[in-house]
Design a protein around this ligand. Structure first.
Ligand SMILES: Nc1ncnc2c1ncn2[C@@H]1O[C@H](COP(=O)(O)OP(=O)(O)OP(=O)(O)O)[C@@H](O)[C@H]1O
Ligand SMILES: [Zn+2]
Length: 307
């Protein structure tokens, strides 16, 4: 593929435009790749013994608040608003709509927000289960996620799917998990015949203070990304990320370690995230839109059906 990747994906109906940047439908080839990538990840991790958890793409507003998301990323968050008025308020809403005005002013914030990262609902669920077992916990989670970052870059979506593995335990357990995944990721990209490199990264913290937070995150080497060229060769795209949160979520949710030595200590956490759309786009970008022409090792890795 070449030229304007997004236009090419629209023209082939691999992505379906909605009129809003970053909010698209998906065509059959795109979805088949996502499904087969999911299955490939399942096979890759089946021996790890992760507990499977799935949550809907909305989570309690309280979870967003207590996680500190609004301090760091207020610009990315998405809240749900609902109409809770009486019939008179409804009539006003319809009149506003008729006049082309902003009818959403008649709604109020709900107690549900859109999930910004698949791992957020995991921490309160783990905290509610009491102290951790000595070996800690390993959770496999996936969700549609929302981030308000409209863009014409097909790899920067407002609604997308994230698969994550979340490790909760002692600092040693958690660091070991993250380091092992960083090694594993290169093999994963190689199996997909994708050019990839790991790099230190930071999150897009909001505002003037955000620069300091980003610098500190880099200094402490808390975030790495697996970069693969998708829209541009000069600025490759983060298709996986490897995040060490130290005790951020442990403190926020009062998650406590158990077992000898660690009893009562605040747990550390890390998560490894797969961007399902970004990995799919990377495959389509590098290997083309005709699976029958893909390299044999890629077809094998994805268990792609013979033509
Ligand atoms: N807007 C988006 N559209 C599609 N996929 C995304 C988007 N934001 C993040 N992802 C995917 O989800 C994974 C985990 O999310 P994370 O918060 O670590 O992203 P990120 O590294 O901050 O992304 P970026 O730096 O590009 O904004 C990323 O590695 C990426 O593959
Ligand atoms: Zn996460």
């Amino acid at each position: 593929m070449s030229g304007d990747l997004l236009q090419e994906l629209f023209a082939g109906r691999h992505l379906v435009p909605s009129g809003i940047d970053g909010l698209y439908g998906r065509g059959p080839l795109f979805e088949a790749v996502v499904t087969r990538l999911e299955a490939m990840i399942d096979r890759m991790v089946s021996a790890d013994g992760a507990e499977v958890m799935r949550f809907p793409p909305g989570m309690p507003r309280r979870v967003l608040e207590r996680s500190g998301y609004l301090k760091s990323f207020p610009d990315l968050a998405g809240a749900i608003h609902c109409f809770c008025g009486d019939e008179r308020a409804h009539a006003r809403l319809l009149a506003t709509l008729e006049a082309g005005g902003d009818w959403t002013a008649a709604t109020t914030g709900a107690d549900i927000v859109l999930t910004p990262a698949a791992c957020y609902p995991v921490y309160p669920a783990v905290a509610a289960a009491g102290p951790l077992p000595p070996e800690g916990r390993l959770i496999d989670v996936a969700s549609w996620c929302f981030r308000h970052e409209p863009s014409r870059d097909p790899a920067r979506l407002q609604m997308f799917r994230m698969r994550e593995h979340v490790r909760i335990g002692t600092p040693e357990q958690v660091r070991h998990f993250r380091d092992a995944w960083m090694e594993r990721a290169s093999g994963f990209a190689a199996a997909l015949a994708l050019p990839a490199r790991l790099d230190l990264a930071n999150d897009p913290f909001f505002g003037r203070g955000g620069k300091l937070m980003a610098d500190s995150q880099r200094d402490r080497q808390l975030k790495f990304e697996l970069l693969i060229p998708v829209g541009s060769a000069e600025r490759p795209t983060a298709c996986m990320s490897f995040n060490y949160h130290q005790d951020h979520f442990g403190q926020a949710w009062d998650i406590r370690a158990a077992g000898p030595g660690g009893a009562g200590a605040v747990a550390h956490t890390a998560c490894v995230g797969f961007g399902m759309e970004r990995l799919t786009l990377a495959i389509l970008r590098h290997h083309g839109l005709r699976p029958e022409a893909w390299p044999a090792p890629l077809r094998t890795a994805l268990d792609w059906p013979a033509a």
